[in-house]
Write a protein that binds this ligand. Structure first.
Ligand SMILES: [Zn+2]
Length: 218
């Protein structure tokens, strides 16, 4: 099964991708994780990406597409994959379409996690992330607090307030999402694969909705 998730920052998309990946044995391909891994392992794509990131520039689409081409060609993907955080705009969605054609793959579903963006600011600003790269769990001071304040439940690392989640950055991230990524909802609706669900709900209930949409028995 091949699934793509759309959702504004703070919609809980990452959490749901993780749960679904664990439940169905699908590879979770997050653009951020893939980039970090490519750079850590010094792959050709990783080195190219690093050149741009070191200059504070965005990694260009052709480099990202190369990275996904490598990732999607891995034999470990036999059961399928979940795309998280890519594509981010229409141009990338069109490139992804071509890449999937080239690899003889298709998306079974695009899950759009709908939520009023005004609810997202509180969610985002309260996030605390585990800096341990193999753990990467995310907590929330109000909605999903760790057992001990500022300590990861899973690996006991000290949690961090990522610069991305600070209040001044959050509103500009949400604006970028609205402008660049929201048009993808129409794009995938036109392809007949869009499934929208209400993301203003508990993580457990959202997960049930996702399984229902994908017609997977719980
Ligand atoms: Zn941790």
């Amino acid at each position: 099964m091949q699934v793509l998730f759309l959702g504004a920052p703070g919609s809980g998309k990452g959490t749901q991708c993780k749960k679904l990946s664990a439940k169905l044995g699908l590879a979770h391909l997050s653009s951020g994780d893939l980039l970090r891994a490519a750079i850590r392992e010094n792959t050709a794509t990783g080195l190219k990406a690093k050149e741009f990131m070191d200059k504070g520039l965005l990694v260009p689409d052709p480099v990202l597409i190369d990275m996904f081409r490598e990732a999607l060609s891995m034999p470990a993907l036999k059961k399928g994959f979940i795309l998280d955080g890519f594509p981010r705009n229409l141009a990338q969605a069109e490139s992804l379409d071509k890449l999937l054609d080239e690899l003889d793959m298709k998306l079974n579903a695009v899950i759009d996690m709908e939520i009023d963006t005004s609810l997202l600011e509180e969610r985002l600003v309260g996030r605390r992330s585990c800096p341990n790269k193999v753990c990467n769990n995310v907590f929330h001071v109000k909605f999903a607090p760790p057992k001990e304040a500022d300590v990861c439940d899973y690996c006991q690392s000290q949690l961090v307030h990522r610069s991305d989640d600070k209040v001044e950055v959050v509103s500009s991230r949400l604006e970028t999402y609205k402008r660049e990524t929201e048009p993808l909802i129409g794009f995938y609706k036109g392809k007949g694969v869009l499934q929208s669900l209400n993301a203003d709900d508990t993580p457990e209930h959202i997960f049930e909705q996702i399984l229902k949409v994908l017609q997977v028995s719980v």
